[in-house]
Design a protein around this ligand. Sequence first.
Ligand SMILES: C[S@@+](CC[C@H](N)C(=O)[O-])C[C@H]1O[C@@H](n2cnc3c(N)ncnc32)[C@H](O)[C@@H]1O
Length: 409
Amino acid sequence: MNTVSAEKAAALCIGNNIISGFFSKPVKKDLPIQKIKLRKIVLKNQEQYQLEIFEGTKAFHKNILPQNLQKELESFFWDFKIAEFSSSKNWLIFLQNNKGLIHFKTKAVKKENHPNKADVSSTEIFEHNKQKEYILSTSEMPIFLKKLNFFTDEGKIIQSKYHKFRQINKYLEFIKSVLPELKDLLKEKKELQIADFGCGKAYLSFALYYYLTEIESLPVKICGLDLKEDVIDFCNNLSKECGFKNLVFKAGDIGRFNFDKDPDMVISLHACDTATDLVIAKAIKSNTKIIFAVPCCQHELNTQIRKNKDKVIKSFSPMLDYGIITEKFASLLTDTIRGKLLESEGYRVSVEEFIETEHTPKNILIKAVKLDDNSKTKTVLIEKAKEEFKEIKQAFLIEPCLEKLLNGN
Ligand SMILES: C[S@@+](CC[C@H](N)C(=O)[O-])C[C@H]1O[C@@H](n2cnc3c(N)ncnc32)[C@H](O)[C@@H]1O
């Protein structure tokens, strides 16, 4: 092992064109920073170095231009006992002893042992460019995504979480489309009340809170609700860790939930079977302005249609000869009915593709925005939807859950 100065150590890092690494074990115990991770990224077509600085339970990001990196590294070499970096060819290892001497050794990187396991520079750059169109970008890497295990220590998305990452980004894009309505609501109140029903581990609640507060600077209070108490405890702890003071979670059943204040927006993602109907009914009854629901599996109407197979209008009965077609049809019928019942309650409804079918079969998003009472088309829309709903019901001899919930049964 050679001994090097802090200046020389920093110069070695620059000379070797490092891509990722870290500093750990502070020399002084009272240093507030425990660890610093570094990785090379490309932001707006400009190579930069991103530092993730860990202080207590929080982590901050700082991006540095290449020409400023050496100076930054130099000061960290004074402050930390251990530093390790990788370039495409080498590992660089620096260990500072109690006398302040920095020992340095280097090892060749074997491709299969490389932290990024491939041609690192091109992979890193590709990842950043590929994801930059998302609302939640990996270059920011919000801390809640790290804590929800979306990223490796090197800042790359964990493969198994990639679909979820896309889904929540897609969901945020839909929410972006109602920003004008949300801003309008804020003309009359100090903060927006939002509920995420059937939130589960609450990837979406966290993402939405981050998006609305940090990116759009809107004052919001978000409440996530789920049946599972252990999951709710986990979410409340994570929210505290992230310092998200207006993001709270409650354990309970959607059907029995009482709001402290009526919500402005209710969202749900993959609330199973008729839980989506509970969401829509609760939102309508609480006079919610905006509703987003991405339904999940659907069984209710499938059973009812099969039972009445011989009685439904003749031209439809051949479709019911094939189980898979009946299942898909029942699912589409359910969402059509949800749309029509929302329109009957004065909502402007659109049903959109949530995410491409190859990523999930649960790819329908129902978006409903309540029309103002002075809207000229409202009464016509309501009457038309009521009539259409009546006809569908008669044709398929069905008793949909949402109708019963809205009628208070
Ligand atoms: C498929 S998970 C989706 C979780 C989350 N929204 C997501 O997309 O990652 C459905 C969640 O809805 C919750 N759930 C189902 N019925 C519910 C009800 N009646 N009240 C509250 N939560 C419910 C379940 O506990 C489960 O966590």
